[in-house]
Design a protein around this ligand. Structure first.
Ligand code: AHG
Ligand code: MN
Ligand code: MN
Ligand code: MN
Length: 335
C-alpha cells in the first residue's frame, strides 16, 4: 500500500524541498489545521455538545451569531495567539483586528478567517466550514493596524478552507496548486488525498440563490436565463443547479467537479457591492479557484486585484470554471 502523506509531512516537504514556505508559515498552517480539527469535533457533537442554536449577540455584519460562530472564532484565536507566528488576526465575528497579546512573541503573519461559514446550515446538519487567508505584515511598521490588512488578495501567501461534511476535508494552497487532505479520525491527522486539483474549463452546473432572481442586474439575469433555456436555448445544453448556502461546500463541489458559483450584487441594497466578504471569503476562495485553473471576478474585475478599503468589505462573486466565469464577466463588461 502506498505510504500515506500527512499534512505535517506535506508542509515539511513544501518547506524543505520546494522552498515554498518559511518555517513560521508552516507552523501557522499546522496550527490552523489543529484548530479546524477541534472545530470539526464540536460540529460532530451537535446537540450532544450543546453547540447548536443562536447566541444572544450580533456580529459587525448585523447577523445574529450562532453559538458555533463564536466557539469556532474562539478556537481559532486560542490556537493561534501564543505560537509566535502571528502579528494579528481578523475575523467575520470580530468588529476590529485582534492583536497578539504582549505576553506572547510577535510573528510576521496576519491571519484572516471566516470561522464558521454556512451558519444557516449548522442546525440542519448540512455541510459547513472554516475559511482562512494568510497575509504578510508589511515591513517597517512596529505595531499592527487595520491598514496593514488592506492588501489585495494577490498578496496572500496561503489560503484554504476546511469543510465539515460527511468527511472533514482541508483544502490548501501556498501558491503551488491546490491540495486536499482528509481527516483520519482514528489517527487524528489530515492525510493528503488529492494533489493538483483542477477545475474543468467548461461546465453544465451553476450555483446561485435563485430566490433573488428578481433583484439581480441584467447581465446575471441574462446568463442564468440562457442556462435555464437548456438544449433549446443559445447555450445548446441542459444545465443543472446546486445551492448549498455554505460557500465552502459550494466551492468544494466546484473544485471537485467544476461548475460556476455566483453571489451577485442585487438591487435591494444598491450601495452594498455584494453579500460575501472580500477578505475572508472571496479572496481565499478566489485564489484556490485560480490555483486550480478556474477564474474569479466580481463581474467586471479579477477579485484578487481588488484593493480593500476596509476590513469587512463586501464583494460580488463569480467563480469557478473558467469559460463560464469569462462569459458572465463579458456580459457585464461588454467585451
Ligand atoms: P456565513 O455563514 O459565514 O455568514 O456565510 C454565509 C454565506 C455563504 O456561505 C453562502 O454562500 C451564503 O451566505 C448563503 O446566502 P443565502 O442564505 O442568501 O443563500
Ligand atoms: Mn455570518
Ligand atoms: Mn461565510
Ligand atoms: Mn461565518
Amino acid at each position: 500500500m502506498a505510504q500515506k502523506i500527512s499534512l505535517t509531512r506535506y508542509l515539511v516537504e513544501q518547506q524543505r524541498e520546494e522552498g515554498h514556505i518559511p518555517s513560521q508559515l508552516r507552523l501557522l498552517l499546522e496550527v490552523v489545521a489543529r484548530a479546524c480539527k477541534s472545530i470539526s469535533q464540536a460540529v460532530n457533537k451537535g446537540a450532544l455538545g450543546g453547540v447548536l442554536g443562536s447566541a444572544d449577540s450580533e456580529n459587525v455584519q448585523g447577523e445574529v451569531q450562532k453559538k458555533l460562530d463564536i466557539i469556532a472564532n474562539e478556537v481559532l484565536i486560542e490556537a493561534n495567539e501564543w505560537g509566535g507566528h502571528l502579528a494579528a488576526m481578523a475575523s467575520e465575528e470580530m468588529d476590529s483586528i485582534y492583536l497578539v497579546p504582549n505576553r506572547y512573541p510577535q510573528g510576521e503573519y496576519l491571519l484572516l478567517f471566516d470561522p464558521l461559514d454556512g451558519s444557516s446550515n449548522i442546525d440542519v446538519n448540512v455541510s459547513i466550514g472554516t475559511i482562512f487567508s494568510v497575509l504578510k505584515k508589511p515591513e517597517g511598521s512596529p505595531g499592527v493596524t487595520e491598514q496593514d490588512f488592506l492588501q489585495a488578495g494577490a498578496q496572500q501567501v496561503a489560503a484554504g478552507y476546511c469543510v465539515y461534511g460527511p468527511q472533514t476535508t482541508l483544502v490548501l494552497t501556498v501558491g503551488d496548486g491546490v491540495s486536499m487532505f482528509t481527516l483520519d479520525r482514528e489517527q487524528g491527522s489530515f492525510v493528503l488525498t488529492q494533489e493538483n486539483v483542477t477545475i474543468p474549463a467548461d461546465t453544465k452546473e451553476f450555483a446561485i440563490n435563485m430566490s433573488n432572481m428578481r433583484h439581480w442586474d441584467e447581465p446575471v439575469k441574462r446568463y442564468i436565463d440562457e442556462c435555464l433555456q437548456g438544449k433549446e436555448g443559445p447555450r445548446g445544453k441542459d444545465f443543472n443547479m446546486r445551492w448549498i448556502a455554505s460557500m465552502v461546500a459550494d466551492v468544494h463541489r466546484i473544485l471537485t467537479r467544476g461548475g460556476v458559483f455566483m453571489y451577485p450584487w442585487d438591487k435591494r441594497e444598491p450601495n452594498k457591492p455584494g453579500k460575501l466578504r472580500l477578505m475572508y471569503e472571496a479572496n481565499p476562495m478566489s485564489w484556490l479557484v485560480e490555483q486550480a485553473g478556474g477564474a474569479a471576478t466580481n463581474g467586471r474585475q479579477r477579485i484578487l486585484d481588488i484593493v480593500p478599503g476596509q476590513l469587512h468589505e463586501r464583494v460580488s462573486v463569480v467563480l469557478g470554471s473558467k469559460n463560464e466565469v469569462d462569459r458572465v464577466t463579458s456580459y457585464h463588461t461588454g467585451v
